[in-house]
Design a protein around this ligand. Structure first.
Ligand code: HEC
Length: 97
């Protein structure tokens, strides 16, 4: 036990860093968000993010929208989860700098 704790403390920050990969946002998004967008727009629902004009026009607004939607849907996401989903949406559809 005495040896385990320092090892954990070393590994945790590494795990947190790995979690910043935007691809990890996709499964979260697919679980909580996509069904409703598909119901509204058909296809794979991605039309919500590619329609013109789009509601969201900055990376900041995207982050806020994801946070608002996740609390509305009681997704139970942590801020890190919201950041992952916003990063994945940005990388895949919005492409804000
Ligand atoms: C119950 C249905 C529903 C669910 C669940 C839902 N959305 Fe949406 N979403 C909508 C609707 C409706 C709009 C369009 C709103 C408008 O046009 O004013 C929208 C729009 C959006 C937009 C803006 C699209 C644009 O124009 O740029 C984003 C981003 C978004 N949703 C993200 C999410 C995320 C992330 C989740 C999951 C946490 C989620 N949504 C869950 C219904 C839903």
């Amino acid at each position: 036990m005495r040896i385990l704790l320092p090892i954990l403390c070393l590994l945790l920050p590494i795990a947190a860093q790995a979690a910043a990969d935007p691809k990890l946002g996709k499964p979260l998004h697919d679980k909580q968000c996509v069904a409703c967008h598909v119901k509204l727009l058909g296809g794979d629902g991605s039309g919500m993010y590619t329609r013109k004009p789009r509601l969201i026009n900055t990376a900041k607004a995207l982050g806020q929208r994801v946070a608002a939607c996740s609390s509305q849907t009681n997704a139970g996401w942590f801020p890190e989860d919201e950041a992952l989903v916003a990063a994945w949406l940005n990388q895949t559809y919005y492409k804000f700098k």
